[in-house]
Ligand binder design. Sequence first.
Ligand code: SF4
Ligand code: SF4
Length: 371
Amino acid sequence: MRADVYFVNMRALEKRSLLEKVDDLFERAGFPALIEKGDLVAVKVHFGERGSTAYLRPIFVRRVVDKIKTCGGKPFLEDTSTLYTGSRWNAVDHLQTAIENGFTYEVVGAPLVIADGLTGKDYVSVSIDGKHFKEVKIGSAACHADSLIALSHFKGHEMTGFGGTLKNLGMGLGCRSAKQMMHSDVLPVVDEKVCVGCGKCLKWCPAGAISLLGSGEAKKARIDSEKCWGCGECTVTCPHSAIAISWKAEPENLQEKIVEHVLGALKEKRGKVGFMNFLMDVSPDCDCWEWSDAPIVADVGILASLDPVAIDQAGVDLINRSQGIKGTKLGEPGSRDKFRSLYPAVDWSIQLRYGEELGLGTRKYNLIEIG
Ligand code: SF4
Ligand code: SF4
């Protein structure tokens, strides 16, 4: 059976704003039926790292918050802290960064909650029947909420090919140790011929696994594989692309582990969850970086669905059908698979295939264009 995925494009043919179109999506996708009067409704967003500019615009979040309130729900915005030592790696820094990025109460109309607590240790263990895990650790506020609306900025991702709803929920709702377990098969390797010994990667490593060996211009980064958590931050942080990802096990494990965390996060919320993907400012990398590279396609529109697999499949398809933008990280603007072109070693379809296999949803969908 196909899932319904509702879509609004960027045109304003009837002089209607995108904000009004968000209201339409909320209604047409059936979100009001997910919320009962008095429900504590988690709105899962990514607040963006300090310096990132491509993350989801708070004004869209406000629109969804207002709709939840009209349904009688009590919305709050949530995310979990990061594994790496950036500007969101504990609740205090995370909330400060979110406020600097525009997620103030005045703008979004709802309180912000870091779902896994002050230091990423506040979680609920959820039993699942996965290939990798029989139990996953989900941020406690995410588990205790009555309903969930996930708002995801759709973009490229260096380790999963693209990041949409599944990535936002799986990695985004796991507590810190869960993130560590998801990343445990990643092993970075330094190319000493390329490394210039600048030390930038050391600053981002959460495990203290990188040291600089040698002296003067001969300094080179060295990674202690025993200490490394496999978060992959150093591979993107290095300005000289001197660190490549290698894998201790099959590369598909990371995506499968993320999807198993989605299974855990949604386990107690059957009939209480809705998803929106924002195909705007489609940057090639995650919003976890302290920069945002140029978008690889023009803004496409917004999707809404009750199926987390179908909405991600629809997002990939719409972006792959768009014309790539020259001069961006996308090497071949005409490529039919934009995400494979960005990250040739990553098969992004694994997360969708495994999501389907676990019964989270279907890759087959009806795209229903409205507005
Ligand atoms: S950031 Fe890159 S170039 Fe600088 S020390 Fe680390 S690996 Fe070497
Ligand atoms: S060395 Fe390992 S733990 Fe440190 S940033 Fe790189 S991948 Fe993460």
